[in-house]
Design a protein around this ligand. Structure first.
Ligand code: SR1
Ligand code: MG
Length: 422
């Protein structure tokens, strides 16, 4: 790379601009003029290229100085690429094998060269197709437990964690997107919002007039901004996960920052639940009942794997300043550590329901919608899927302290969905 001033890549300029990077040429072949380059980015923010050479392929992800979904009227700092790179290195260390291998990072050009995952596809697309992925629950339960535990004061030294907290505290603009788009905009008539209209108009108006819901959404926002508990992925929806039947990889942590443990898991479970509610819009080729059952099983297993792995790490790697062993195990009180663990996980459970509720709302009422609903072309059918999702989101956000188990919540999902379909 010869230029230092930022310049967006194009398929035509990429070979000449990246052709001398050894990490890249070693991986795919040195003859850059023979590389074939496709821009495949379909996310909301960045350019994504697949570069194929004689010996293999890589992915080049480059940030743009604005939000791709909206255009240059919404500027966004290139530095998000720096946070993504640093988050990926930490996730690779804390949950080995869970993220793509990073081959090269160029901060000035805001680009990351990484392993090309093939034949992986985006989890959201797989779920829309009705594919039952056998590994995601286990893999994502482990990923969330390991990254969230090992990035917290339960595990890290205070000095290392505080330095890292300072580094990621600068990811202000990406946090601002979440703070506005997830926690605030859905609950009033914000200019960037949209929803399936007129079918959802009455329900949307009632949600925006719902005082209990708005208060709860703001409690969740307060927690998100003020509880710098661990290094989050920050955008762990099913579009940030790539899958095959054998492997699960988590991508795109550009929203990484220090926030509450429950946020990543809440967002993930919300996306499984939204997939469930969308299944009725994808039954052209037959019933999706098996897929519905699979999705509920997936939420149950993800949450139980998370809990088990978190508990294992609590017992074996709790070397940080919180819940010090000197107070419990070393003082002959191992039960005290178990009591603290139960309390801790109970709080995570209550908070994840709140985060899940608002995540569901923002994907139906806000700017950035989900493909599982958006690909339902018939607006009446789409609204019929979105309606129970919105009601469920409201219920779990407002009643999160009274819902005691994942089975209870899944029973509610099935009930609300069935009532709407009859
Ligand atoms: C303007 S960005 C909209 C959404 O896309 C990202 O994936 C995040 O989820 C963000 O909220
Ligand atoms: Mg993304």
């Amino acid at each position: 790379m010869t230029t230092t001033a930022f310049e967006p890549l194009t398929p035509d300029t990429l070979p000449a601009r990246l052709g001398s990077i050894t990490a890249l040429t070693q991986r795919i072949g040195a003859n850059a003029s023979s590389w074939s380059v496709r821009e495949v980015g379909d996310g909301n923010l960045n350019l994504v290229f697949i570069v194929q050479g004689s010996n293999g392929s890589v992915v080049v992800k480059q940030a743009l100085p604005y939000v791709r979904l909206v255009g240059d009227s919404w500027p966004l700092p290139l530095k998000r690429s720096f946070f993504e790179y640093h988050a990926l290195t930490r996730q690779a260390a804390r949950s080995p094998g869970s993220v793509p291998e990073i081959l090269h990072f160029d901060q000035a050009q805001a680009l990351i060269v990484m392993e090309y995952l093939s034949p992986h596809i985006i989890l959201r697309k797989a779920l829309i197709m009705g594919r039952e992925l056998p590994r995601i629950a286990e893999d994502l339960g482990l990923f969330t437990a390991r990254t969230l535990f090992r990035g917290s004061d339960l595990h890290m030294s205070a000095a290392t964690r505080k330095a890292d907290l300072a580094l990621f505290a600068d990811n202000v603009d990406l946090c601002d997107i979440t703070e506005s788009l997830v926690f605030t905009d859905p609950y009033f008539e914000a200019p960037r919002n949209r929803h399936t209209s007129p079918q959802l108009d009455a329900l949307v108006a009632s949600l925006r007039a719902d005082r209990d819901l708005k208060v709860e959404a703001q409690r969740m926002k307060h927690l998100f901004t003020a509880n710098a508990e661990t290094l989050l992925h920050g955008d762990l929806h099913t579009g940030s996960i790539m899958v095959t039947d054998e492997e699960t990889k988590v991508i795109d942590p550009e929203f990484a920052f220090y926030g509450p443990i429950a946020f990543d898991i809440g967002m993930l479970l919300a996306n499984y639940w939204m997939s469930y509610f969308s299944q009725g819009g994808h039954e052209q080729d037959g019933s999706r009942d098996s897929m519905r059952a699979y999705l509920l099983r997936t939420t149950t297993t993800t949450w139980s794997v998370f809990r088990c792995e978190f508990a294992r790490l609590w017992r074996s790697e709790r070397n940080g300043m919180l819940y010090a062993r000197s107070l419990f195990e070393d003082a002959g009180d191992p039960l005290g550590a178990e009591q603290a663990l139960d309390t801790f996980l109970h709080r995570v459970w209550e908070d994840l329901l709140g985060f899940a509720g608002v995540e569901i709302h923002r994907r139906i009422l806000g700017l950035a919608h989900n493909a599982e609903f958006e690909t339902i072309e018939d607006a009446d059918l789409r609204a019929a899927c979105e309606t129970p999702a919105l009601r469920f989101g409201r219920h779990i956000a407002v009643n999160r302290r009274h819902l005691h188990s994942i089975d209870e919540v899944n029973a509610l999902v099935a009930l609300i969905d069935r009532e709407n379909r009859l």
